[in-house]
Unconditional design. Sequence first.
Lengths: 295, 443
Amino acid sequence: MILIAVISLGAIGAIGAVLLYAASKKFEVIEDPRIAQVQEVLPGANCGGCGYPGCGGFASACVKASSLDGMLCPVGGSPVMGQIASILGMEAASAEPMVAVVRCNGTCAARPRNNQYDGVKSCAIASTLYGGETGCSFGCLGYGDCVAACNFDAIHINPETGLVEVDEEKCTSCGACVKACPKNVIELRKKGPKSRRVFVSCINKDKGAIARKACANACIGCGKCAKECAFEAITVENNVAYIDFTKCRLCRKCVAACPTGAIHELNFPPRKEAAPAAAKPEAAKVETKEETNQK
Amino acid sequence: MLRTFRIGGIHPPENKLSAGKKITALATPKQVIIPLSQHIGAPAQAVVKKGDLVKVGTLIAKAGGFVSANIHSSVSGKVNKIDNALDSSGYKRPAIYIDVEGDEWEETIDRSETLVKDCTLSSKEIVDKIAAAGIVGLGGATFPTQVKLMPPPGCKAEIIIINAVECEPYLTSDHSLMMEKGEEILVGVSLLMKAVNVNKAVIGIENNKPDAIAHLTKLAAGYTGIEIMPLKVQYPQGGEKQLIDAVIRRQVKSGALPISAGAVVQNVGTAYAVYEAVQKNKPLFERVVTVTGKAVANPSNFLVRMGTPITNLIEAAGGIPENTGKIIGGGPMMGKALVSSDIPVTKGSSGVLLLTKEESVRKPMQDCIRCAKCVNVCPMGLNPAFLMKYTIYKDWDLAEANYIQDCIECGSCSYTCPANRPLLDYIRSGKGKVMGIIRSRKS
């Protein structure tokens, strides 16, 4: 009796094996082996910063693409793109390393509250309801949607200032925080040589007097920085200045010219004592701010 | 057996403190701030500039698109500036500031109190007059009225439903209007019937206003085709789709307009504004606003010019009580806390509600206990608990598949939740996101 069972089960097994083998041959999915190779060198964070659904999606897009122009893994940066290029035998597009920059310096001290929000602690929800707890309806709300969106633990709220701060070491410029911010406060900017950067840390489009009343650190759109700039990198539009990071040469004259300290410089060595006397107090003020920023 | 809508619904305490108070005209302020977006749709385009002299009823901004509305000056005086001003949206948006000088009205406006019943205008002319007067839905949604009166091709209106439900607790502006301007409202309804070529209109009133039902029923005997229908009290009966279900037992499909069910719904305040616009040439520049609250000294119904700062209304009702926690623009269910008391009255302001600190405080949120109370009360038959989850997890596909875009933001789910979950806050934000996705797919 046991023999019948063994034989019948064995026969079913054999038929199944033949069918499965035939099916696997007939319906075989031929995948480009290079996709797996490319995926191997990608960081595997699946952050979506490249614009594709995860690293797998980016890998197959790279293999399919005829050139790597415009393809960039923001996490891996140039080294990873170089490796991908050598696998695929293509030229890697050179890309500057970028970093997320928070364009709001309206600290709790500088930006007095005029109402109290007791709703859900989410920037997306608060911004559907109203402009925020202060007179400035453009700046950081401070409920941390960007902190929740960051996969790399690179963005945090400073409890003292109430503002978000980016950890440059950890930031991979994937852009998740940029998408998460309903106020468009966060921007990806060129990291710059030695991570040195100059940027306007304010996006308040209100007229100067109103902006100033709402926040002591606001850009008032006075245009002094634009006049000072020798490289035409600064434009003042809608009462707010913007520094084009492709044109900026990091001379820092605008930082000294700004009457409200809205222009920030990051990672520069301390200024020399020989700086012009007029610019001195301003420069000193800015540096203290820089220190709080680096904390 | 009185009718009501069939799915969901709640019974919040009514608190109609200002019921039975006469409508009193509020004095014009020194300066009015008239926002350019007082309606759903494109903002109006200003047609005056700084220094221009305007009269009461002068056109100061014209409609900026098909779904938009004209805006008229509510005072006579000089245009001070056109600048951004904080409005009830919580954001600064363009507005016209007018310094008040005297009270001179446009000559075309008939200021007499006499009732004008007869109208020889064609339906097209009536709709044009309504559009010119800048009338929008005065129930709070502020949808331009003339757009509702022009059914898209292939749709035929069969009935006009007048929303006199006023299901929001506290508010009494429509109630007081019905008591004082009953005849005018009925003429307005007749005009609306003529405008869309129907011979039947139903005025739906909840039976917590028996005086208004009796008053209008008596008057309606003199008008053909107008029926007064008392409805069983249930929130949110003033929702367009809920009212259609209650009155004619038809349901509007997801994403469809009420006209697909053959109904045109207008607020009772809108009907009055239509009467004034068509028969008296008076554009929409003033409305009835309820100022109320348990701690308010003198809850009242005021006739207010658009652009009057809310402070003036509160002062007239006895000032801000000591332990006020929030000032709400609108009713307690769908209204919105205001950031400042300098926000001007607009076409959509139906009330100002002052809540005490104890009333306004939010209770701490707890975990969902899956009691499904929110599912039970949702008048649109949605699952609010899940829609909140989908929004938290940003699963927009699932949210759309579960009809998040059909939410009417009535707040019944948040009201009923025993775990104090802010369901509506999340759903509103998710709805905005999904609507954006749907729009981008269409274009």
